[in-house]
Design a protein around this ligand. Structure first.
Ligand SMILES: NC(=O)c1ccc[n+]([C@@H]2O[C@H](COP(=O)([O-])OP(=O)(O)OC[C@H]3O[C@@H](n4cnc5c(N)ncnc54)[C@H](OP(=O)(O)O)[C@@H]3O)[C@@H](O)[C@H]2O)c1
Length: 164
């Protein structure tokens, strides 16, 4: 199972200046609980944005750069190889961004775990359109803003519609 996990604002906003657009501790907890102990695949820019390997997960980073090394992560020059490698480690693989990587993996994913943040943000990176002819929303959980989480948001799961 390949799962794309992303937090998106209105208009599919993902990030700006290589940073996230919000701080939602509840979403970080959700992200951790879903991805922990599974391999995570990400683009080089997302890795640099996080700044360190995510603990308790095999971090697989795709980059075409030669001679780029970092401790405690696997660097792979081809996205398909990254996924092949991840699948060897575990049957549940998570693609954690960013925009370039989501765009290239929408066709390969089985499931989307989306946190929809119900707010307008100025962004320079966007999540691809979720085509409802291809994806069916199978779960949605509303979370109202509170002292720690400044925006209303929804945890949503989409499954690929089986055409058979
Ligand atoms: N809201 C969310 O859930 C979420 C999640 C993740 C990231 N983000 C945000 O998204 C932004 C970063 O996304 P981004 O689109 O700019 O960058 P990205 O997808 O994280 O990384 C792009 C880089 O990945 C490498 N790459 C891409 N496709 C490749 C391929 N087919 N083969 C080998 N390497 C490949 C290249 O690295 P090289 O240049 O090294 O070759 C490319 O520059 C940030 O603002 C971040 O905060 C948001």
């Amino acid at each position: 199972m390949i799962t794309i996990i992303a937090a998106i604002g209105r208009n599919n906003a993902l990030g700006k200046d290589n940073r996230l657009l919000w701080r939602l501790p509840e979403d970080l907890k959700h992200f951790k609980s879903l991805t922990e102990n599974h391999p995570v695949v990400m683009g080089r820019k997302t890795y640099e944005s996080i700044g360190k390997p995510l603990p308790n997960r095999t971090n697989i980073v795709v980059s075409r750069r030669e001679n780029w090394f970092q401790e405690d992560i696997l660097i792979v020059s081809k996205l398909k190889e990254a996924l092949k490698f991840a699948k060897k480690i575990d049957e549940d693989v998570f693609i954690i961004g960013g925009g370039e990587i989501y765009k290239q993996t929408m066709e390969l994913a089985d499931r989307l775990e989306i946190t929809f943040v119900d707010e307008d943000f100025e962004a320079d990176t966007f999540f691809p359109n979720i085509d409802l002819k291809i994806w069916q929303k199978t779960n949605e959980e509303f979370h109202e803003k509170d002292e720690k989480n400044k925006y209303n948001f929804y945890f949503q799961t989409y499954e690929r519609i089986n055409k058979d």
